[in-house]
Design a protein. Structure first.
Length: 296
């Protein structure tokens, strides 16, 4: 069952000038999520959606969904954010009902008639009945899930037989294939920051590096698992025209609000002083602009 939002949900927490969700899970005293939900952060989400659309050649998904058979009747978008993917998917599948799930009510009110947004925490037991969805979409949930196997089991239970789950996530580190980013750079400190914060928060930021997708999906019961690794450049260094455009836009997005990724983690989780955190972010911004680095 669903109910309308209480006014307290809109009373966002304010931390060092940024706003964060006010949602509390029914099963816990609070729901911890590291990203802000203010205008800057939401614009970042929409830019990331555009970047992924370019990277995927304007596809919203890679699962082998047969549109001709009209096999999508119910779809779930886990961690819907601004709802932009859910709305695009609803336009592509007008016969389907698309549910977007998130802990912040940052989605627009004017949406396609076949879209609805629900506030919930995916770490809880899902309230959806068995075999409800034909397709479940999960994107950018790094550092958000305390027990991936439990979440995948809930998705497995809620998928119809023959349905698909698709999970796309990103590495928290900046890597290169040609050794252009030297060892001991500030990006090593960036990765170390998330390594320290994860155990404190009770959730990992390293779903890519730890191969959490495949191993934990298998533990949840999924079969026929396929993986696809994509490299998203940071900076306009690639020769390929499409990747050059993606890299330039990705660098712009990261530079404009890298604070959104690290402010909560450094000050609230790791207890850094705000000045120390801002100095660290200044170093990150400076190194991001280094044209000698061929990072992704």
């Amino acid at each position: 069952s669903t109910s309308s939002l209480s006014s307290t949900i809109l009373e966002y927490r304010k931390i060092h000038g940024r706003t964060y969700h006010a949602y509390s899970s029914p099963s816990t005293t609070s729901t911890e999520y590291w990203a802000p939900n203010d205008d800057n952060a939401n614009e970042q989400l929409d830019i990331n959606h555009h970047l992924l659309s370019l990277l995927l050649d304007n596809k919203l998904f890679l699962a082998p969904i047969d549109k001709e058979r009209g096999m999508i009747h119910n779809a779930l978008d886990v961690g819907t954010g601004t709802g932009i993917w859910a709305m695009d998917f609803a336009d592509e599948f007008p016969e389907a009902v698309v549910t977007g799930l998130d802990i912040s009510p940052i989605q627009p009110t004017w949406v396609p008639p076949n879209v609805r947004f629900v506030m919930d925490d995916v770490n809880d037991t899902w309230t959806y009945p068995d075999a409800m969805f034909d397709y479940i979409h999960v994107r950018y949930m790094t550092g958000c899930v305390k027990d991936w196997v439990k979440m995948y089991k809930e998705a497995y239970r809620c998928l119809k037989p023959g349905g698909w789950i698709e999970h796309m996530d990103c590495s928290v580190g900046l890597w290169c294939d040609d050794g252009s980013i030297p060892e001991g750079s500030v990006f090593d400190d960036w990765v170390e920051m998330f390594k320290k914060a994860g155990p404190i928060m009770g959730q990992s930021f390293f779903v890519i590096e730890e191969d959490a997708f495949v191993k934990k999906m298998e533990q949840a019961g999924f079969t026929g698992i396929k993986t696809k690794v994509l490299k998203m450049p940071v900076g306009a260094w690639p020769r390929d025209a499409k990747l050059k455009e993606i890299g330039a836009m990705n660098l712009f997005a990261m530079h404009r609000d890298v604070e959104a990724f690290a402010l909560y983690v450094t000050t609230t989780v790791l207890k850094w002083d705000i000045v120390e955190a801002q100095v660290f972010l200044t170093r990150i911004r400076s190194e991001l602009k280094n044209k000698a680095y061929h990072g992704h």
